[in-house]
Ligand binder design. Structure first.
Ligand code: GRF
Length: 215
């Protein structure tokens, strides 16, 4: 089995990064984490990755006059590590259409809501404000429009009485840490693939199950 060479792009604490690195330690995992790249020198996830023996790289967006310059520096780092797939994991820079098109079908993101609900930031606050009874997270291919790409996998959690942004975020992040490695596995082993702008799965779905909240 040839393993895809994956770069994880982070800006902060990197807990999803940790879940991907840990999953990729399994001998049968179809991806290896070949690089962790951060746009912030102080991202906490960098220390964890270094200690785990993963190659790391900082490309500080503030040191580059334009978005394109910043992204060309990222492209150079990705090329020098022979990266063929990108996972965005709390990477807080908007990417240009040019960069996204260069990595079309080869770049995924995790977002803390059930897309297409609550694109953008503050997803847990907005979910509470809207009174939804289920919430969750989504892994999707990246397209130029923010948080709008074809959906690969979603996990659902209940919203319960008394929830705060923090309690809801804590419930969702547990699922993010399971969902992202599972979704990356499906893409890298060919179970899920992008075809004509849609995600196609190589196995059939059993449509009997349903989630109810309140259960
Ligand atoms: C996660 O909630 C992820 O869904 C969002 O940013 C957050 C990153 O958290 N895109 P971490 O840095 O992976 O802990």
């Amino acid at each position: 089995m040839s393993r895809r060479r994956v770069a994880i792009l982070i800006s902060g604490r990197g807990s999803n990064m940790v879940s991907l690195i840990e999953a990729a330690r399994a001998g049968d995992y179809p991806a290896e984490i070949a690089l962790v790249l951060s746009n912030r020198p102080d991202a906490a996830g960098l220390d964890w990755a270094r200690e785990a023996g993963i190659s790391t790289c900082v490309i500080d967006h503030k040191a580059h006059p334009t978005r394109e310059d910043f992204e060309h520096a990222m492209d150079a780092a990705l090329a020098s590590h022979a990266i063929d797939f990108i996972c965005l994991a709390g990477f807080m820079r908007v990417l240009t259409e040019g960069f996204v098109e260069r990595w079309s079908g080869q770049m995924v993101n995790i977002h803390p809501s059930l897309l297409p609900l609550f694109r953008g930031t503050q997803t847990h606050r907005r979910a509470l404000e809207e009174g939804v009874l289920v919430h969750g997270c989504t892994v999707h291919f990246v397209v130029p429009e923010l948080d709008a790409g074809p959906i690969i996998a979603q996990a659902v959690v209940p919203v319960v009485p008394g929830d705060t942004q923090d309690s809801l975020a804590a419930r969702v992040i547990v699922q993010e840490h399971k969902l992202y490695p599972a979704a990356l596995r499906m893409i890298c082993d060919g179970t899920a693939r992008l075809e004509n702008g849609k995600v196609v799965f190589s196995h059939g779905w059993n449509a009997d199950g349903a989630l109810h909240s309140p259960s």
